[in-house]
Structures are given as C-alpha cells and as structure tokens.
Design a protein around this ligand. Structure first.
Ligand SMILES: [Zn+2]
Length: 184
C-alpha cells in the first residue's frame, strides 16, 4: 500500500462517509530519522471522513504500531505499544483567511483543492502520542531497576512529568478542544 490510499476525494463525501484502512511502512511515514524512537513495525489503522459542514471534513480514526526506545533511567531497550485515536477537522484552504492566526488553534487543519490527504497529519498525531520520558515503568512494561534511585532526580527536574499525563498540546487535549469547537 502507498500513501495514495489515504487520498480522500471530498466531493464523494457528499454521498456519505468514506472509510479507509491503511498500512504504512515506517519509511513511508518518515519515521526513520528519530534518534530516540526507533520504528520497524508498520503503522496500521483506519480513518473515517465525513462532512461536518459545507466542505469541512471531520476525520476520525485510530492507528496502532510499536516503537523501540531505551529507558531514560536504566537504558534498557524496550518496545512500547502505541494506540492512537484522533479526531480532526479539515477546512478548505480557501477558508483560511476566515480564521486569523491563533497559536491555540493548531488543531485546525486545511486541505487544498478536491483531495484531502491526511498522511502528514496522522504522522504528527503519532509523534504527539510518544511518551516524554519513556521508562520501563511506562504502562508497567517492566519494573525499572533504577526507577527508585533515579526517580527522585528526574522528578526534581524541570521536565518532571509522568509519561501518561496528557500535555496541553497532546492529541488528547487537541481533541477536547475540537469537540468543543464542533459543539458536540
Ligand atoms: Zn528502566
């Protein structure tokens, strides 16, 4: 499968929602250059696109994959499963001027012409789902042998945050704002 599988013809949405399954190799998803997170499994998922207003497209879906990373505490290599759900509104590029630049509105996406290709956006959603401080204790994968002794040092740092806690710009927070914008 290739990226073209996710090209959605917006005109066809007038007849009803379109559902697409996808499977990307990490290279197709531009995931091979990250020095911290290593990807060697496919990214699989599905999206549903539907109209949420005149030519505004609501894209919902889910994707799963795994990434390999070293524990920030003990450097033990581990595999972290990723399960990402997303809900994003894409507006026609011609409407961009109606929405003044607002850094808080990063979740608003735009498409050009008649085709919506959400691949790049899905990649960003996946990046946002990566833990900030991946450690053995992420989702209790394993008890980190250095968790206790180094935990306090890390907890005292400026970036101290449990990996599971959603950040203000995480996809969870973005979806919460989208739902509010959609009035649903
Ligand atoms: Zn560890």
């Amino acid at each position: 499968m290739s990226k073209s599988t996710l090209r959605i013809e917006v005109e066809r949405l007038l007849k009803g929602p379109i559902e697409r399954d996808f499977e990307f190799a990490p290279a197709e998803f531009d995931l091979l250059d990250d020095p911290e997170f290593r990807f060697d499994r496919p990214i699989r998922g599905s999206v549903t696109a539907r109209l949420a207003g005149p030519y505004n497209v609501l894209l919902t879906g889910r994707m799963t994959t795994t990434t390999r990373v070293d524990c920030v505490r003990c450097l033990h290599p581990m595999e972290i499963p990723l399960d990402v759900t997303f809900q994003t509104v894409f507006l026609p590029k011609s409407q961009e001027e109606d929405y003044p630049d607002d850094p808080e509105d990063e979740e608003r996406q735009f498409y050009t012409g008649d085709i919506l290709d959400p691949t790049e956006h899905l990649r960003e959603e996946l990046m946002l789902a990566l833990p900030d401080l991946p450690s053995c204790e992420y989702e209790s994968l394993r008890e980190c042998p250095h968790g206790r002794e180094l935990g306090e040092a890390i907890a005292g740092g400026a970036s101290a945050k449990p990996a599971e806690e959603p950040l203000p710009n995480s996809w969870q927070a973005q979806i919460a704002r989208l739902r509010r914008d959609l009035g649903s």
